[in-house]
Design a protein around this ligand. Structure first.
Ligand code: GAL
Length: 344
């Protein structure tokens, strides 16, 4: 009788593992992951889409025996607020922190708090400087390579100019008059994207004339404002708009629309991110191209790393760069392949 009981229990156990594919803690309980997510600003479109993807990925960990909860805090642009929020997250019992720094050069207070309480941090999207990440072994970064996104934007623009010639170079002077809409000063993705996009265009033999630039902090309304000013200064001379992200490219288009400028004299617009609205603008042929900032890939990498950290196993299966960094590749999107990205 007793033997049968043990046999039945063992069989049930094997069956449940086979059915669920689960990894359980030693006690057989599912492991608890309480993720504290601190964002620099939830009104940032890409960040809100990224945290949505992270929520889904964390839910998906259930099938691996990890029950995850997510508590989200929005610093609304203040590093001081974020420092306090991280303390609250730790006090509330979070056992992994995902931090999207407000000021990427100022993570010391957060790192000290996390280290004192032995709670690892996955920084994401806003990359701390290397020395800061070296301060403690429990610090990681998940993001993407800014340089690659700039190169890809430059390649997309070069291709459009080479293929569509006079449609872009409307005054047919053999030079492309362009403006740039830049993200926050000091952000790893702003300056580098601009530089690399422009270098790539030049390396493809395209002659350029920079008419102007505006800093619009990743924000659609600010970009509309800057673009309205630039249109005022340069009227219909602007042939190309390189925006460091989709939200700002959309803001630039808003400016043209609101000024009732005829579409035939619109410049060609390029963004980066592939947000929902950005993709729609490509479907509608309002934006010529964008570069996919793989939020699902980044969210998955964060969820898997968080799970490995609390389970204490699986770290060896993660391919880090320099033991701490995970960079997800960017992808080019045009009208030709946009459909593939719509249902992600
Ligand atoms: C960039 C993204 C921008 C903005 C920024 C915030 O990677 O392209 O749209 O979200 O991060 O840090």
């Amino acid at each position: 009788m007793k033997r049968n009981y043990y046999f039945a229990a063992a069989a049930a156990c094997v069956l449940s593992v086979l059915l669920s594919g689960c990894q359980r803690t030693d006690s057989g309980e599912s492991a608890r992951l309480q993720a504290g997510v601190a964002c620099y600003n939830q009104s940032d479109v890409f960040i809100s889409e990224l945290t949505e993807a992270l929520r889904e990925e964390l839910e998906g960990l259930e099938s691996r025996g990890v029950t995850a909860t997510l508590t989200l805090k929005d610093a609304a642009g203040s590093q001081r607020t974020q420092d306090d929020q991280v303390k609250e997250l730790i006090d509330e019992g979070c056992n992994v922190l995902c931090v999207n720094l407000v000021d990427r050069t100022d993570p010391s207070e957060i790192i000290d708090l996390a280290r004192e309480n032995d709670v690892p941090i996955i920084f994401f999207n806003r990359e701390p400087v290397a020395e800061d990440l070296m301060q403690w072994s429990g610090l990681y970064y998940v993001g993407a390579d800014a340089e690659q996104s700039g190169i890809m934007q430059g390649q997309l623009a070069a291709q459009a100019i080479q293929e569509e010639g006079n449609l872009v170079d409307r005054n047919r002077d053999g030079v492309i008059q362009y403006v740039v809409l830049e993200g926050e000063a000091g952000h790893q993705d702003a300056i580098i994207r601009t530089e690399k996009a422009v270098d790539t265009l030049k390396s493809q033999g395209i002659s350029l004339e920079k008419l102007s630039y505006g800093v619009a902090n990743w924000n659609r309304a600010q970009a509309e404002n800057r673009m309205t000013q630039m249109i005022g200064e340069h009227q219909n001379r602007i042939e190309l708009v390189l925006a460091n992200n989709d939200a700002m490219a959309l803001g630039a288009m808003d400016a043209y629309r609101k000024l009732n400028i005829t579409e035939a004299t619109f410049p060609v617009f390029f963004g980066i991110d592939g947000t929902r609205e950005g993709l729609q603008a490509i479907v509608d042929s309002r934006m010529a191209g964008t570069v996919y900032n793989d939020k699902e890939g980044q969210a998955k990498a964060m969820a898997e790393l968080a799970a490995a950290l609390i389970l204490g196993e699986g770290m060896e299966d993660i391919s880090f760069e320099k033991e701490k960094y995970l960079y997800l590749p960017y992808e080019k999107i045009t009208r030709d392949n946009v459909e593939e990205y719509l249902d992600r």
